[in-house]
Design a protein around this ligand. Sequence first.
Ligand SMILES: [Cu+2]
Length: 159
Amino acid sequence: MYPSLPTVFAVFGAVLAFLSMSTTALAEAVADRITVNDPYIRAVPPVVKTSAAFMQMQNNGDAEYFLVDASTPAAGAVELHMHTNDDGVMRMRRIPHIHLPPGKTVSLQPGGLHIMLFDLKAPLNEGIGIPILLTFDDGSQQQITAKVRSVQHGMKGQH
Ligand SMILES: [Cu+2]
């Protein structure tokens, strides 16, 4: 005995609804689960061609994600950096990604993690907004605007 045609259609419809729901859930991009707060860039004198961007990155998801790249029209090259303390000497080095643990907020701040900007294309005057495009490990992207701000720090040449 075969199921009636309406039953077949009902089952088929339910399967379709389930598939589209799960597709929607899977398609939610990492960029949609990351909230960026207070993005800013260190103001530098016009002769200085490097600076750094800082921000709070909050992972609202239940899995770990990674910031893998950043770019901005304001700089010729952008790298993800961290600071290390080598026997009392602070150095910064390039890192392949910034780890974003689930449910946590990661601070990019002076003396710590930062987005390094090289080959600045124009003076970074205090108060202007600079667009930065963030790329996450699934390839999804989020554009933010970082305000150029004066940042006090004791270590010359450090970000
Ligand atoms: Cu740096």
